[in-house]
Design a protein around this ligand. Sequence first.
Ligand SMILES: [Zn+2]
Length: 285
Amino acid sequence: MSRFFYLFFAIICLLITQVSFAKTYIENRLNKPVPGGVAVVKLGDGVSTEKLPRVSYNGHQVLVVKSEGEVLAIVGIPLTAKVGQHHIDVVSNTGKRQTVTFNVLSKKYTEQHIKLPSNKHVTPSAANQARFKRELEEQLQAYAQFRQVMPSNVVLDRPVDGGRYSSPFGLRRFFNGQERNPHSGLDIAVPTGTPVKASADGVITIVGDYFFNGKTVFVDHGQGLISMYCHLSEIDVKKGQVVKRGEVVGKVGATGRATGPHLHWNVSLNNVRVDPAIFVGAFQP
Ligand SMILES: [Zn+2]
């Protein structure tokens, strides 16, 4: 009898251990804690699952969700982040403050050399530089927004059907030999006219026609989770419009600085551009 009891006890212990170490669906899908990646941080004991805490990282408010009975902070890690321990600040609804740490692991990003027929988009003229500065400012403001709305889904939908990933996030790019900012999004090679669908519910915060990005749409999914789609041939939404997950916002094109038709998709979390591949299960470590 006692042997059965011990066996029973051992099985229960094993189950409890497994349960406490079990990862939620969101952690499994999104936890890629590298520079340019995402850390899914469990907020553990003392945190109300009813009134979610306010979390910040590097002074920016962070997306917090409740999933499978856990409260999770979904933190965007900048491409420039140092490998090692990072922390988030958590303030509960009762005002209790705590610091929670997570580790950022290393990831090596490769280089790409692009030859453009003209230097127009490599070294823009003074007039174009002024235009670019204005347009950049407009976009940076849209990325810095934090709407107090829970995203419909944090595991985002792929915005186009088909197509290969032609250029990954984080590539160090050289245009005609001159290094420019690393690739801020994921390129998907699909023909001109392919419908671009909102990756989650949202509000259209930008409809633009920009020097580098060409025709551009920003979809604010809530709590700092923001998608940007650009180089579009056509835009089918208006600024301020509310869109549903899967709703067509425009068509793929090659406007702005693009060598051919493709969708360039940016994903931003807590005002940090992160690898969109993470959200569609295509992350390459
Ligand atoms: Zn791109």
